[in-house]
Every structure is written in C-alpha cells, then in structure tokens.
Design a protein around this ligand. Sequence first.
Ligand code: FMN
Length: 322
Amino acid sequence: MLVLGILGSPKKKSNTAILLNAFLEEARKAGANTRFIDVDSMDIKPCKEYKVCESKGYCPIKDDMEKEIYSLFWEADLIVMATPVFFYSVPAQLKALIDRSQTQWARKYRLKIEDPGRKWRNGFVLSLGATKGANLFDGINLTAKYFYDAVGAVFKGSLEYRRIENPGDIKDHPTALKDAGEKAKELVAPFLKRRKVLFACSENACRSQMAQAFARFNAGDKVEAVCGGDNPAESVNEDMTKVMAEKGIDMHFRKPVSINDIITSNKPDIVVTMGCEVSCPAVPGAQLIEWDLPDPSGKSIEFMRGLRDDIENKVLDLIETL
Ligand SMILES: Cc1cc2nc3c(=O)[nH]c(=O)nc-3n(C[C@H](O)[C@H](O)[C@H](O)COP(=O)(O)O)c2cc1C
C-alpha cells in the first residue's frame, strides 16, 4: 500500500515535519510504502482559473502537479496532509497544491469519471499552531474535507496540537509523536490485510493497467492491485484511456512502471500475466496465473473495447476466487 505524506510547512526542521515523520515511520514499520511531498521544495504554481480542467479535464499549467503529484494521488491508499496554522488556514504553498486539485474535482463532477481508488482511499490531517483558541483548526479541517473529496478520499479526521510555536516544541509535547504513530498503525492496518495481485505485461501501457484498475475499482478493500511491465512504455495507451473513460474509470494520470520496481516495493501473492512474453522475476511463493489476451497495439478502438470487457470479466472472476 502507499501512504502519501504532504508536508505543508515551508520551514526547515519544522514541527510539522517532525510530526509527519513520526506518522510515516510507523506506517513503514507496519509494512506500508510511503512517499513524501515537501510542497515548498516543489514547483507548484497557483491555480489561474483557466477552467480548462472543467471543459477538457486537464490543467494547462506545466509543473510538478502534472509531472508527479496527480498520479501520486491516484496511487495512494492513504493521504496525510501535515500543516501548521497560518492565519487560520494552510500555508500558501500547500494551498496552491489544494487549489490545483480542482482538476480532480472537475474530472469527477464535470466529466463524471472516477478514479478507481476513490471508494477506498482515506485522508487524514496533522496540524499544529501557536495559540490555543477553540476554533484554531476549523479553517484547515474544512479545507481538508473538500480537498479530500476532490482527490477521492474519505476524510478520516485529524490530530491537532495547540501552543506549538518554537522550533522543536512538538518534541516536548507529552503525546503528539506517539499519537501520530498510533494513528498511522490504525489507519494502515486494514489496507495491509489485502491480497497483493500483480498484473504484468510487457509495456504496462494497456492490458495490465486495465486489469489493475478493474481490480481496484471492484475490490480495492480486499485486493491490493499493482501492475508493471518488463519493458515499460513512455506513456499509457490513449485508446485504453478512452475506452476506460467510457466505463467511467479515470486512467489519465497513469504511468507505466517496471515490474522489478513493483516487486521490490510490493511482494505479490499472485502474479497474473497477460498473454505476452513477460520476463517477470521469480517471486517465491506467489501463485502464477496466465491469461491469454491478444496484443492491442495497432488495432482499432473497437478491438480495445472488446479487450477491456474481456479483462473486466476475467478480473471479476479472479476476485470471486480470492
Ligand atoms: C505566516 C504565519 C502565520 C501564522 N498564523 C498563525 C495563526 O493564525 N494561529 C496560530 O496559532 N499560529 C499561527 N502561526 C504560528 C505557527 O502555526 C507556529 O509557529 C507553528 O509551530 C509553525 O509550525 P512549523 O514549525 O511546522 O512550521 C503563524 C506563523 C506564520 C509564520
């Protein structure tokens, strides 16, 4: 499983970073993979309200959102946003990332296409501020609730710490770091119980991408579906993205990855090959299933539709057996 940590503080060695690290460390110890985004060190431009996302489903601003962050939202099972209070809200750098998630909002509510992880993904907030007012975290929690709705996560609440002002104050808090670790263990536990299924094909541009998405869409609570290729393409197949969108499934932000990388980070219980000659490293103990599926490259979109439906049926049958 993937836990995505988003650090909102722009300060070096911030209280927020210490708190987020305590959370991510326990998540890793429990067996999760973690990724960390330090928003201040990334190229994330604010939303310019071009509204292209609402009509065409993508943001024309070229920066780290398109390069990396939108696809990390897609991959993550749990997103943890960690932030200090800045004027009862989040720092501007983090607000830029949140505003740019309007692209995901538009894909969901305007284009009506769903990220397949949407039903299962969770979101959590870690926040802290210098003062002690009762409403100190209200602005952040409201913003988080709607951010998580846009990126397709269920908002699971927050841990909030008042009177944290000077560097390192969070370490002197009697429970904060322990609370964050305990919360991480609690939130990752259900995801770590899932069976891990690797869908493998050569380029990871088409067949294995569809299989992973259908498995996640239909049984993301029981199955941790991953996919990879032994010779990953530069990008996923455009016709595949189109025919999956016809089924309401959003593949726009997918990127082909190598099987070796996937196996290193996610040892599968089951490996499903897609009918191509894949040189998949042996995974001791994993069950091997071979599906005889034709290669769609160079074929018509009609062909792709038929292949999509075959893959969906095979995935549904596989889920039944688990
Ligand atoms: C621009 C700015 C605005 C702030 N606004 C608030 C605020 O509205 N309420 C509050 O309690 N603390 C406020 N603070 C204090 C920070 O929340 C506090 O110092 C926090 O510990 C910083 O966390 P960090 O070390 O993780 O960056 C503000 C700090 C800055 C720099």
